[in-house]
Design a protein around this ligand. Structure first.
Ligand code: FAD
Length: 412
């Protein structure tokens, strides 16, 4: 069997894998990426957070992505009936980027993968990992290439950035259930011929359809808009099983989205995904590190997925290089604690969204502008800024603010 030898093998050419691949390549190591799919390929996760801009820049992808002309995203808008809560990334507490993009991922990920290859990294598409054997920190990975032929790749370290494929967690029994209840999403892309004129029509909007059920509206610069429902699985009971009819019927019941999308053309048959929240027992091990969706996925509500993918790709890439350079690396502290700081901050916000605490905060009258800025920085992905009390005390700050707002309402 054909055998290749590399310093680092990266599994998956999504955002986590491309960022890690570039960071490792910049330090002069021989890195190879294997990717199961031929790109462009569809993946959900289209709304970015400003924090990703730091990573695109550091890893050398910014110019290529900029030239694609994606829809600029300056903030996020939440709507419940007549109530509107607007976050503008210019009004935030943390120092950082105040804008980002809304992207069709097929195109976005293809640019990342091509740009990585243009940096001299061997990115092999249509090549899937089938088996991995570790001996100490070294590994021997068996892959099947596009001709169906098996070959082996010997590596000193593996970065598992296989996203929903979760190659190492599945192979080595590292999956752990999420502490969130399973939810179900139903989504498609619409030809958005009734997009409102001006900036409002191009903005990402989150619509509260009913408590615990919400809709994302993510307009792209190509005239297509991504629309998806997220709900408890029971929400869909009794609604047509046919994906197109199901989409038409749930949209028809939503006063805010029905006018724009009820008879809009769908670009593909709507897809459903259920129970996507998942966790893992560990984030690294001897000779491997897990990144992006191969670690923990919380929930789509605050668009944190690609941010975590890139943050972990960047961090893992650097720590892998340090390890290969023989430097002392404290993986629990430098990797697990760092990633969990961000993940746990968003965990509190996701929990507070579904408990209703964040509805009370977002839709309250006369919100405190300082607090709003602090929350805005969380929504921009700056969840490692411990100067921000809504990051540092994420578990308590939201609950006590919501309580105070409810108290104020009762006494007025
Ligand atoms: P991926 O983008 O999934 O890339 C992993 C790659 O690995 C894939 O290309 C795959 O083909 C490849 N692979 C898998 N198995 C193998 C194998 N055996 N061998 C070789 N290659 C393999 N995130 C956001 O930031 N914003 C959003 O608005 C958002 N919305 C979401 C909505 C929903 C309903 C859901 C479920 C998620 C959403 N996410 C969102 C999350 C987002 O989809 C992921 O967090 C993000 O794509 C993770 O990137 P990644 O690089 O880890 O993995």
């Amino acid at each position: 069997m054909q055998k290749e030898k590399v310093d680092v093998l990266v599994i998956g050419a999504g955002p986590a894998g491309c960022i890690a691949g570039s960071i490792i390549n910049k330090q002069g190591f021989n890195v190879k990426v294997v990717e199961k799919e031929k790109f462009p390929r569809f993946v959900i996760g289209e709304s970015l957070l400003p924090r990703v801009m730091d990573h695109l820049e550091e890893a050398g992808f910014m110019d290529a992505i900029k030239s694609a002309g994606f829809q600029r995203k300056n903030g996020a808008k939440f709507v419940r009936g007549n109530e509107v809560c607007d976050f503008n990334f210019s009004d935030q507490f943390s120092k950082g980027w105040n804008w980002t993009w809304q992207v069709p991922r097929a195109e976005f990920d293809q640019i990342l993968s091509k740009t990585l290859a243009s940096m001299g990294v061997d990115v092999e598409h249509e090549t899937a990992v089938k088996n991995i054997e570790f001996s100490g920190t070294n590994s021997l990975t068996t892959v099947t290439d596009k001709t169906g032929k098996e070959k082996q790749i010997e590596a000193r370290f593996i970065v598992d950035a296989s996203g929903y494929g979760r190659v190492i967690p599945r192979m080595f029994n590292l999956d752990k259930p999420s502490n969130f209840e399973p939810r179900k999403t139903h989504f498609t892309h619409f030809k958005d011929l009734k997009r409102p004129e001006g900036t409002d029509g191009n903005r990402i909007t989150v619509v509260v359809h009913q408590p615990r059920t919400w809709i994302w509206i993510i307009p792209f610069s190509n005239g297509i808009t991504s629309v998806g429902f997220v709900a408890d699985p029971e929400f869909y009971t009794g609604i047509s099983e046919d994906p197109v009819e199901r989409m038409r019927s749930i949209i028809a019941k939503d006063p805010i989205t029905k006018e724009r999308f009820s008879d809009a053309e769908m670009m593909f048959q709507p897809k459903s995904i259920e129970g996507y929240a998942i966790s893992t027992k560990q984030l690294y091990g001897d000779g491997f590190v897990l990144c992006g969706n191969a670690t923990e996925f919380l929930d789509p509500i605050f668009s944190s997925g690609v941010t975590f993918a890139m943050e972990s790709g960047n961090k893992a890439g650097k720590l892998v290089c340090d390890t290969l350079n023989g430097k002392e690396v404290n993986w629990p502290k430098q990797y697990t604690d760092h990633m969990m700081q961000g993940i746990n901050t968003f965990r509190s916000y996701v929990a507070a969204w579904y408990s209703g605490d964040l509805y009370d905060i977002f839709f309250s009258e006369n919100p405190d502008p300082e607090i709003k800025k602090q929350i805005c920085s969380v929504l921009a992905g700056y969840v490692w800024d411990l100067e921000n009390p809504f990051v540092k005390k994420h578990d308590k700050a939201i609950a006590s603010l919501a309580k105070m707002i409810r108290h104020r309402k009762v006494h007025h």
